[in-house]
Design a protein around this ligand. Structure first.
Ligand code: MSP
Length: 469
C-alpha cells in the first residue's frame, strides 16, 4: 500500500525547542492520526537542521565543539517531540553522513540549472536568507523577525536558476496541483513569485565552514536551505533508492515565515530533479505571548515545559489544537490557558465523571465503541481547519451534557429503572462515538475514556480526568 507522507520543518539546533516549534508537530500529529483513522498508512518525518553560520557561531560562543553542540540539541528536539505525544516514523539530522552524501548527489543532478556568479547584497543570519535591496530598505536595514541588522555580503556563489521553473511553479500553485493552504498565503506567495530572483545556493568556505562541501569545489559549502530542504527526500533514500511509495508528499507543514522557501526554492529543486511536487503545503500561523512575538530580548519566552507541567499534556494539546487556529496567528496567555483548562475539566472531565458515576449506580456494562460517519468533521479536517473540526466534537460533548441535564437519569432510576438504563446506555454509546475522533486530538484522554466505558462494569476513575487544583 502506498504511504501518505507528512513532513514537518526541521528546526535549527542553535537553541532549545520552543512553543512555536510545537505547532508544526501538533498539526502533523493530528493529520497523521486523522489519516490513520481513515485507514491510511502514514509516514511522518521530523528532524533537525544542523548546518550554517548561526549554529556554528552559537557553538563557538558556548565553547562546545559544533558537532557535540548539535548532538545535544538534536536530542532535546527528539525528547520534546515525544513530550508532546507526537509519534514520528523518521527522524533526520542534516549532519548524518548519509544525508550529506545524498545532498551532494542532488547537487550534481541539478548541475544543468546551476551557474556561478558574484553575489553582492544583503543576508539575514537569523533567517539564513538572502534579502533583496527592496526588502532591506522596506525593513530599514533590520530583519523584523530577528531584530538584527542585515549583513552585507560580497562573495562568489553558485546560483540555482529559479527562472527555469517559475512558470511551471506558478501553474502548479494556481491550479492547486501543488496546493497552498490557507488561500491568503497562496495569493501572497504568487505575488512574491513574480519578482523572485535566482537564488544563491552556496557560501564560500572561508565565510561558513559548517556546511556540506559543494561537489567538485573545495572552496564552497552548500547554502543551508538547499541542504535542509533536501531532507524531505534524503530521509526516504533519494537518490539511492526509489522513493515513489512515499513521494510526492501528501502534506508538508511549515510556519508562515518559511513558506517562501517551501513554495519557491523547494519546488524548483524538485522540478530540476524531475520529481513531482508535493500535493499540499500547509502554512500555520505564529504563536504570540500576551499579544507579542516571543523574543529573548523582550523576555516573554515561555518554555513549553512550563506549560506542560501546569496541567499536563491533554490540556496543552487541547489549547493549541482547539483554541489556536490552524492557519492564523494565535496568542497564548496564562489567563486563556486557565480558561481553556477549566473548559476541558467542566465539559469533558465532568461529563466522564458524572456519566460513569451514574452508570456504576445503575450497574451499566461497558459498551462497544462504534465508528460513525461525520461529514462535517471530515470536511473541516480535509480543509486543514483542525480547530473547527475539534469544535464539532466539542459541540457533541456539550450536547451530551445537556442531555444528561434534561433526561435526568438519576430521577428516572427511581421511577423507571429500565428507562434510566436505556438512557444511560445511549449516552455511553454516543460518547464513545465522539471519543473515537477525540483520539485524533487527545489520544491519552481518549484511551482513558475508552477504557472506562468499554470495561465490563463501568465505574468512574478514582481521580477525575482533569482535577481542579
Ligand atoms: N531550519 C528552518 C526550517 C528548515 S525546513 C527544511 C527553520 N527553523 S526554525 O527553528 O526557525 O523554525 C522551525 C519551525 O518552527 C518553522 O516551521 C517555523 O515557522 C516554526 N516557528 C518558529 N517560531 C514560531 C512561532 N512563534 N509560532 C509558530 N511557529 C513558529 O526555519
Amino acid at each position: 500500500m502506498k504511504e501518505s507522507y507528512i513532513t514537518t520543518a526541521i528546526p535549527y539546533v542553535n537553541g532549545n525547542p520552543h512553543l512555536g516549534h510545537a505547532m508544526d508537530y501538533l498539526l502533523a500529529d493530528t493529520l497523521r492520526r486523522y489519516m490513520m483513522y481513515c485507514g491510511k498508512k502514514v509516514r511522518l518525518q521530523a528532524g533537525t537542521d544542523e548546518h550554517g553560520s548561526k549554529i556554528f557561531k552559537k557553538a563557538a560562543e558556548q565553547g562546545i565543539p559544533v558537532q557535540e553542540f548539535a548532538d545535544q540539541n538534536a536530542q532535546k528536539f527528539q525528547d520534546f517531540i515525544h513530550s508532546l505525544g507526537v509519534e514520528y516514523t523518521d527522524f533526520i539530522r542534516t549532519t548524518d553522513p548519509k544525508h550529506e552524501r545524498r545532498c551532494q548527489k542532488i547537487w550534481e543532478k541539478l548541475a544543468d540549472h546551476i551557474y556561478k556568479d558574484k553575489y553582492e547584497g544583503w543576508y539575514c543570519e537569523g533567517c539564513e536568507a538572502y534579502v533583496t535591496d527592496k526588502e532591506h530598505d522596506d525593513n530599514g536595514g533590520e530583519c523584523p523577525d530577528h531584530k538584527k541588522p542585515y549583513i552585507k555580503l560580497s562573495e562568489e556563489n553558485y546560483y540555482l536558476r529559479i527562472s527555469d521553473f517559475k512558470d511551471r511553479i506558478r501553474e502548479a500553485i494556481e491550479t492547486d496541483e501543488f496546493k497552498i493552504t490557507p488561500s491568503f498565503r497562496k495569493k501572497e506567495f504568487l505575488n512574491l513569485l513574480k519578482d523572485m530572483p535566482d537564488v544563491s545556493i552556496s557560501r564560500p568556505k572561508e565565510q561558513v565552514e559548517w556546511g556540506i562541501p559543494v561537489p567538485g569545489d573545495d572552496s564552497q559549502v552548500m547554502y543551508v536551505w538547499i541542504d535542509a530542504l533536501s531532507n524531505y527526500i534524503t530521509i526516504l533514500g533519494y537518490p539511492d533508492e526509489d522513493i515513489s511509495d512515499d513521494w510526492p508528499a501528501h502534506t508538508q507543514i511549515v510556519g508562515k515565515d518559511i513558506l517562501r522557501f517551501h513554495a519557491g526554492i523547494w519546488p524548483a529543486m524538485l522540478l530540476g530533479l524531475g520529481l513531482p511536487l508535493s500535493h499540499n503545503l500547509l502554512a500555520h500561523g505564529f504563536i504570540t505571548v500576551n499579544g507579542e512575538k516571543m523574543s529573548k530580548s523582550v523576555g516573554n519566552v515561555i518554555a513549553p515545559e512550563e506549560i506542560l507541567a501546569k496541567h499536563g499534556l491533554a490540556a496543552f494539546r487541547y489549547f493549541f489544537l482547539r483554541h489556536a487556529s490552524t492557519t492564523d496567528d494565535a496568542d497564548f496567555t496564562w489567563d486563556k490557558y486557565e480558561a481553556s483548562y477549566n473548559e476541558l475539566a467542566n465539559d469533558l472531565g465532568n461529563l466522564v465523571q458524572r456519566l460513569a458515576t451514574l452508570c456504576k449506580k445503575n450497574t451499566i456494562a461497558g459498551q462497544k465503541a462504534e465508528q460513525r460517519a461525520n461529514a462535517d468533521f471530515d470536511a473541516r479536517m480535509e480543509k486543514y481547519e483542525f480547530n473547527f473540526a475539534f469544535d464539532i466534537l466539542w459541540d457533541g460533548i456539550s450536547e451530551l451534557n445537556k442531555r444528561i441535564d434534561a433526561e435526568k437519569p438519576w430521577a428516572l432510576a427511581k421511577t423507571d429503572p429500565k428507562k434510566a438504563k436505556d438512557v444511560l446506555i445511549k449516552l455511553v454509546v454516543d460518547l464513545l462515538a465522539i471519543n473515537d475522533r477525540l483520539a485524533i486530538f487527545l489520544p491519552d484522554t481518549a484511551a482513558q475514556i475508552e477504557e472506562i466505558f468499554t470495561s465490563e462494569a463501568i465505574q468512574p476513575p478514582a481521580t477525575p480526568l482533569f482535577p481542579k487544583n
